[in-house]
Design a protein around this ligand. Structure first.
Ligand SMILES: Cc1cc2nc3c(=O)[nH]c(=O)nc-3n(C[C@H](O)[C@H](O)[C@H](O)COP(=O)(O)OP(=O)(O)OC[C@H]3O[C@@H](n4cnc5c(N)ncnc54)[C@H](O)[C@@H]3O)c2cc1C
Ligand code: FES
Length: 348
């Protein structure tokens, strides 16, 4: 009788940016690259483990992998072309050589220092770290209680950092009903408690150029957008016109508009903020735009623009479709999906 051949355990070689071997190990049959690396004590960056955050993004240099989910929503066109894969979603089918993720995998300890409520369910959460971290505006990091009582989650830095880095960082965190870490981080009982921050990563960062910019933010997705705009102002990219479309449910979910208007005052080119409310009562006094964020995208405010999108997966997907329909320049759309562990939730 013939049976199916058993999946062979495959050998993995991890190399650094210079192509030097960092380590080699053998996977269990059907084991993902990430799980194999972690089992072998490799400090491989990760957060969600379900193909939703790209913290485990790495480059396949040699060999073949079977991919468990579609990575094209998470990786840019350049990265797909350069053979980037998700470590948590890749099962090697041959011996592989993999370039380690482009992320600072160093874990920095720190403390939860303050919680400032911006709306009824979104707070700016401030951390004081024991040492400075550097990141590019638009990037995120993995945060967890230091005692590991809860799993780590990704949060996007809310402000641009100085070149030398900073030890005081903050994120806009939406308190998700039933959400473990978002509750912990926004609970004043936890002030002064120890946290860890690791795996700074993300590719939704400002590209230089002269094209106008359209930013699309949903809920707490405003966090990296604020950082990107602050960074652009600091680096003199404020000669580019900006359209910021901010999606929220109702007027009570809008926040940070005064600060954004102040930023817009300093901006040298046009800077337009358009809040779009999806769930505002029809008979309210709201005079602004209503509907889904994607419906507010038009040829006037987005065609030919460089686009930055941050927020819940459904918002990203619908807005991407709309932008592509406007034939936005290929390779000019950058985004971060605030996916949760189920990938079915509506983060933001
Ligand atoms: C790259 C990246 C950047 C991110 N940046 C931010 C950020 O700056 N600010 C921010 O607030 N979040 C951000 N997130 C989302 C964040 O990582 C968590 O997923 C979120 O805070 C929920 O974690 P939790 O532990 O509270 O919920 P969990 O305990 O993981 O989830 C509890 C339950 O709630 C569901 N759920 C989880 N999230 C949602 C949701 N949003 N809506 C409805 N149901 C949900 C889950 O499916 C589960 O059933 C980001 C995610 C990614 C991948
Ligand atoms: S850890 Fe692999 S995509 Fe999140």
């Amino acid at each position: 009788m013939f049976g199916f051949p058993k999946a062979k355990p495959q050998q993995v070689t991890l190399v650094n940016d210079a192509g030097e071997t960092v380590t080699t190990f053998t996977l269990e049959p059907k084991e993902t690259l990430l799980n194999g690396a972690l089992r072998n004590g490799v400090d491989f960056p990760y957060s969600c483990k379900v193909g939703g955050c790209a913290s485990c993004k790495c480059q396949l240099v040699e060999g073949k992998v079977k991919e468990l989910t579609d990575k094209s929503y998470l990786l840019s066109a350049e990265e797909l072309q350069e053979n980037y894969i998700l470590g948590c979603q890749s099962i090697p089918k041959s011996e592989v050589v993999v370039r380690m993720p482009d992320a600072s995998s160093a874990t920095v300890p720190g403390t939860l220092t303050s919680i400032h409520w911006l709306t009824h369910d979104i707070a700016e959460v401030h951390l004081k770290l024991d040492s400075s971290v550097t990141y590019r505006p638009g990037q995120y990091a993995s945060v967890a209680p230091a005692d590991q009582s809860l799993p780590a989650r990704c949060y996007s830095f809310a402000h641009a950092v100085d070149d030398g880095g900073d030890s005081a960082v903050s994120f806009f965190v939406r308190k998700i009903p039933g959400g473990k870490l978002s509750h912990w981080l926004t609970d004043s009982d936890n002030l002064g408690k120890a946290i860890t921050l690791s795996a700074v990563a993300g590719d939704c960062t400002l590209r230089e150029g002269t094209a106008a910019i359209v930013c699309l933010a949903g809920g707490s997705g405003l966090s990296p957008i604020v950082a990107i705009l602050e960074g652009a102002l600091k680096s003199g990219q404020d000669t580019r016109p900006v359209q910021l479309l901010f999606g929220a449910r109702g007027q009570e979910d809008l926040y940070y508009l005064n600060e954004l208007n102040a930023l817009g005052e300093k901006w040298r080119a046009d800077f337009t903020i358009t809040p779009v409310l999806s769930d505002e009562p029809q008979d309210s006094d709201w005079q602004g735009k209503r509907g889904w964020l994607a419906d507010a995208i038009t040829a006037d405010n987005a065609a030919g623009h460089q686009a930055y999108l941050c927020g819940p997966p459904v918002m990203i997907d619908t807005c991407m479709e709309k932008l592509k329909g406007l034939s936005s320049a290929p390779g000019q759309i950058f985004f971060d999906r605030f996916s949760d562990q189920s990938e079915g939730g509506s983060a933001g």
